[in-house]
Design a protein around this ligand. Structure first.
Ligand code: ATP
Length: 467
């Protein structure tokens, strides 16, 4: 009955956003209030160059008169871009904390409504409030939800919302002590009008933290935790290569929870290792014991990865396990020696060989193809496609192939990438055949003990060489 009444009302009010009273979500947004975060730059570890860039803006907001006499105006918008969990929200709230500003934390998708005009009205209301409560920081996370290039996605409601945002930013005058910080994972998707000078003209990249930043992030997230003497934060920073700040803070928290679960007074290095495995590979599945035959397959598969990794010498092995966790039946944890930003073609081929080694080991020993390599193949496909399209490392030549071109050339690109992958697979099979005895020894150890450390792996291979 209620549903019928709603439909009836819709027919009576064909443009509900304009004719109707406020929708539920609109009510929520109009109530959306600011906060006054206590976060400071000290809470944001690493990211020194990013903080430096923001110091000036903070000074601007704290001492506006100093700049006003010189006729300077505060930058209107700053755009943080980078992968998830790299501290964009944290940093925006630190800017608010440092400047004692009201902090409006909104997600782009909150503006997206199906009724034309609602999003634009929300933007207007938000800026009105921010001006009233200035100094203010408006933080719009996932700004691509409203700011995507207009030719990519034409949508009347989104266009109006974006236009309103541009109008509001253009309307700032010298006295508006309001800063808009946008965040996105995809800077390349944003409309030019949004990122041009005078709007979001300061672009700050936030990447995965390097070794030094990971050490600092670990310090921040362990400073209130009782650590045992054996905890080595630098070693932990090494082990968390490629992790975002969000992952690292999660590991610190997980380690504390594991310590409580084990009724300990301090968090030990072992707790951190367990937390790392928990976060990397998921929860240990206590109930899903592998049947004997599958356990044998997984033991050879993981030994294949570990052995080829050791042979090509790319990144040392940290641990190999065939205890199922999350979606994975087994896994190899590697320990990169250093932060790497450049890989040679040979190193990429080696990386692919390590990834293909599980599948190759299964083929060599069981002469079968199984579903166990699907995740490895996904990663291999990504590397090979990048080699073809972005790195100029294939027979298609040096020219990069844009996303648009990839759309039309997908058959050619796939064939070229597959040629590279197949070549790698043949090399991987060869290297495993040459070292089949080592493969047998590692797989037998894994089958029996279910895990293998770096030292165990090295000793087993050494013993084998002596025999
Ligand atoms: P998303 O793009 O998914 O919104 P984000 O880049 O906004 O992610 P944050 O929400 O700022 O990431 O970070 C998540 C959490 O990770 C933070 O609350 C904090 O605990 C931790 N973190 C991330 N980077 C840092 C850092 N540099 N220093 C300290 N903690 C950090």
């Amino acid at each position: 009955m209620k549903k019928l009444r709603k439909i009836f009302e819709k027919i009576k009010n064909p443009v509900p956003a304009l004719a109707q009273s406020k929708t539920e979500k609109e009510d929520k947004n109009e109530d959306s209030s600011s906060s006054h975060p206590q976060t400071t730059f000290d809470d944001v570890a690493g990211l020194e160059e990013v903080k430096e860039e923001l110091f000036e803006i903070v000074d601007f907001m704290k001492n506006p008169d100093k700049y006003k006499v010189m006729g300077a105006r505060i930058p209107k918008g700053v755009l943080f871009y980078g992968p998830p969990g790299t501290g964009k929200t944290l940093l925006a709230s630190a800017v608010a904390g440092e400047t004692n500003s009201s902090f409006f934390n909104i997600t782009g998708s909150e503006f997206v409504e199906k009724y034309v005009g609602v999003g634009a009205k929300r933007v207007r209301t938000l800026f009105e409030k921010a001006r009233k409560e200035a100094p203010s920081i408006i933080f719009i996370d996932e700004i691509d939800a409203i700011g995507v290039k207009r030719h990519l996605e034409s949508n009347n409601e989104k266009d109006q919302t974006l236009n309103q945002l541009l109008v509001e930013m253009d309307g700032f005058n010298k006295d508006s002590n309001v800063l808009v910080i946008g965040a996105t994972n995809r800077l390349d998707l944003l409309d030019e009008a949004l990122v041009r000078p005078g709007r979001f003209d300061r672009h700050i990249q936030m990447g995965a933290p390097n070794f030094h930043s990971r050490c600092e992030i670990l310090k921040v997230h362990t400073k209130d935790k009782p650590l045992a003497r054996d905890v080595d934060l630098e070693m932990l920073a090494k082990k968390t290569h490629g992790f975002s700040g969000a992952y690292i803070s999660n590991i610190a928290n997980e380690a504390a929870i594991i310590a409580v679960r084990e009724s300990m007074n301090t968090i030990t290095s072992d707790h951190f290792d367990k937390a790392l495995e928990r976060v990397v590979a998921g929860l240990e599945s206590k109930n899903s014991k592998l049947i004997e035959r599958e356990k044998r397959i997984v033991a050879y598969h993981e030994s294949g990865h570990a052995l080829v990794s050791d042979l090509v010498g790319l990144d040392p092995i940290q641990k190999v396990s065939i205890i199922p966790r999350g979606q994975a039946l087994g896994y190899v944890m590697q320990l990169p020696d250093e932060d790497r930003y450049i890989y040679t073609k040979e190193e990429l081929l080696n990386k692919m060989m390590i990834l293909l080694a599980g599948k190759a080991a299964e083929q060599l020993i069981f002469n079968h193809q199984s579903t166990g390599a699907s995740d490895d193949l996904k990663k291999v496909s990504e590397i090979a496609t990048n080699m073809v399209c972005n790195y100029g490392m294939s027979d298609l030549g040096f020219m990069t192939i844009t996303e648009r071109e990839q759309h039309f050339m997908s058959g050619t690109i796939k064939a070229e990438a597959n040629k590279i992958v197949e070549g790698c697979f043949v090399d991987t099979l060869d290297i495993l055949k040459e070292n089949e005895n080592d493969l047998e020894v590692l797989a037998a150890h894994l089958f029996k003990n279910e895990t293998m450390s770096h030292d165990e792996l090295k000793n087993l291979i050494k013993k084998q060489a002596v025999n």
